[in-house]
Write a protein that binds this ligand. Structure first.
Ligand code: MBD
Ligand code: FE
Length: 294
């Protein structure tokens, strides 16, 4: 996408991002051969179906509405938007139940656009970006520690985020492969320093099945501007989080319900129009009953 193209001109193909997430999910093979006990499948499937039955009774769903629902569900699959749908409207509860035991930093959902193995930039580096990358420069420093109090040198901080037009590399066309995706490794004291640019708020693709639901329900399609991060260190639970910017109009009504007060940054204005922010992470040691989290 050229610098001069606007989001509106690009909107016609925006749902490709949703479909791209389906291909990426398949490539990760996350669903491969998981053996869930029949009693558990039965209990969760029955409760899910009963929840749907309750909605039908409560609202007296008509046959026309039932057929519209079928058609829409078929379209979600055809558009490749199941990962987008689930991560926007469901993942926050999965994240909640799997991290509520933690004493360290709060996390948030992964969302559909994570790509592993982004280029390594060391403890003090610049995230891969274009020479003329638009957006307000952001310098982010922080330290990774354990709930035990020790600093975690050699911890990985994987950062990925949208550009200042709201687009993610590898999911929107015309961006360098690793644009605004980088891996940082903390120094002996667990510290890191990252130079990037502030992302724009993110609009859920309007032209696919998810957009159709949003329009039909007269909802808005926005997530507040956010930085995605995964923080990992040996012997500690992987922390997946998102960080937000104060004053964003969608911090209070994120369509993905993924904002927590602890995740809102407090950036300071630099003299040259750049911003600096200090924000670190406290990881929980792995215990016998740690869930396999992300
Ligand atoms: C995103 O960028 C995102 O972070 C989530 C959770 C859902 C859709 C797009
Ligand atoms: Fe995102």
């Amino acid at each position: 996408m050229s610098e001069t193209q606007t989001r509106t001109e690009f909107d016609a193909k925006a749902a490709e991002s949703g479909a791209g997430a389906t291909e990426a999910f398949r490539a990760k093979q996350k669903a491969a051969a998981l053996d869930v006990p029949a009693e558990r499948v039965s209990a969760m499937a029955r409760d899910a179906l009963e929840a749907i039955h309750d909605v039908i009774r409560k609202h007296h769903m008509t046959y026309e509405e039932y057929d519209a629902l079928k058609a829409w569900l078929i379209q979600v699959g055809e558009d490749g938007e199941w990962p987008l749908f689930l991560d926007v409207w469901v993942e926050h509860v999965v994240e909640d139940v799997n991290t509520s035991h933690r004493e360290g930093s709060k996390g948030s959902i992964e969302g559909p656009y994570y790509v592993p193995n982004a280029p390594e930039q060391g403890a003090d580096g610049t995230i891969p970006m274009r020479d003329d990358e638009p957006g307000t420069p952001l310098v982010w420093t922080g330290q990774v520690t354990s709930t035990t109090g020790k600093s975690l040198g050699g911890a990985k901080v994987e950062l990925w985020h949208a550009d200042s037009n709201g687009f993610y590399s590898q999911y929107a066309p015309g961006l360098p492969e690793w644009n605004l995706r980088g891996t940082f490794t903390t120094d002996e004291e667990g510290r890191f320093s990252i130079r990037t640019v502030q992302p724009a708020p993110y609009q859920i693709p309007t032209d696919g099945a998810c957009g159709k639901l949003i329009a039909a329900a007269d909802w808005h399609a926005w997530r507040p501007a956010h930085l995605h991060v995964k923080v990992s260190a040996p012997g500690h639970e992987l922390l997946t989080a998102q960080l937000y910017f104060p004053g964003d109009p969608h911090n209070d009504d994120d369509i993905a319900a993924a904002v927590k007060p602890e995740l809102v940054l407090d950036p300071q204005e630099g003299e040259d129009g750049s911003r600096t922010v200090d924000y670190g992470f406290v990881l929980d040691p792995v215990s016998a009953d740690s869930p396999t989290t992300r």
